[in-house]
Design a binder for this molecule. Structure first.
Ligand code: C5P
Length: 292
């Protein structure tokens, strides 16, 4: 039986600002996202005919749901529904991206399933059609579908692709703390929203980073994540990891998404891997990841 393999890459936010509160309960963001080599692996096969369904088999994380609450499962069903196909799909997922960490692991899996399903059935959908399915599944899905480097605005679906010549060496480390994304947004509202608009818009910061990246440069000094303001104070593990990454030689360390993951940017793969090994020896969940 034909099997299709896809890699689902984690994302990091090199720049992340929240610029508006929307009427639908979501927020408009302005972010520069980048996919890195830390990834999950998915293998898709058609395992039955005559009944629409998905079997999701997960290796590497016992806490993940394997039903419709998992975006990988929902993505496969959405694709089958869209094309009216009554097959059963088996998705084998090898999970390596830490969950609920600000790395879009679930979204990356969902996007990889959409790409894989399209390949499995001989590419019936265009990239534009896949993007519109991706948007239905979550704010980070459109970016995860395409990958590379992009500035994403709106809920994340207004995507401007940037030059993908970045060659970063990062260490991504995660404390075992929990961050609720809706609570993180509420904390931002309390601190920065005056009832009408956000008190700071850092559009110029996102413009500057986008310009740099498009001219083949990257200045870690321009990195920014507004969520650090409301999360690092209440998640001491994440704050400690950020400081530890910098003490181990990271040029700059920053939280990704609403945390608690933190990534450090290093000058070389060797330095990054040495720092990762030290963090691992200290009992911290740490990964080396390069640009992809
Ligand atoms: O997209 P995701 O499922 O991660 O969003 C979880 C929650 O985070 C949403 O229900 C919403 O409360 C908040 N959110 C938001 N604005 C966004 C993305 C998420 O307010 N752009």
């Amino acid at each position: 039986m034909r099997a299709v393999k896809e890699y689902a890459y984690a994302k990091i936010n090199l720049f992340l600002d929240v610029v508006a509160k929307r009427e639908d309960g979501y927020h408009d963001i302005d972010t520069v996202m980048h996919t890195v080599s830390l990834c999950d692996e998915l293998t898709l096969t058609v395992s039955g005919h005559a009944k629409r369904g998905v079997k999701l088999l997960i290796d590497g994380n016992k806490r993940l749901p394997s039903d419709g609450k998992n975006i990988a499962y929902a993505a496969a069903i959405l694709f089958l529904d869209k094309l009216g196909i009554d097959d059963e799909i088996t998705v084998k997922l090898v999970k390596r991206i830490p969950m609920s960490a600000g790395l879009a692991g679930g979204s990356a899996d969902g996007a990889a399933v959409l790409r894989g399903m399209n390949r499995l059935y001989g590419k019936p959908l265009t990239e534009k059609m896949l993007l519109s399915l991706a948007e239905k599944l979550g704010s980070d899905l459109p970016f995860c579908l395409i990958g590379g480097v992009a500035r994403c605005q709106g809920r994340g679906e207004r995507m401007t692709r940037l030059s993908d010549t970045l060659a970063l060496h990062t260490v991504i480390a995660v404390s075992d703390e929990f961050v609720s994304t809706p609570e993180a947004y509420s904390a931002l509202d309390e601190k920065y929203f005056d009832g009408k608009s956000f008190l700071f818009g850092r559009e110029e910061g996102a413009n500057a980073m986008s310009r740099d990246i498009n001219s083949g440069e990257f200045d870690p000094g321009k990195m920014y994540n507004i969520f650090e303001d409301v999360i690092l104070g209440i998640r001491p593990g994440a704050a400690r990891i950020k400081a530890r990454l910098e003490s181990l030689g990271a040029v700059r360390a920053q939280m990704s998404g609403s945390g608690p993951s933190v990534f450090g940017i290093f000058d070389s793969a060797e330095r990054a891997k040495a720092a990762r090994d030290i963090l691992l020896s200290e009992g911290i969940n740490a990964h080396y990841a390069a640009s992809v």
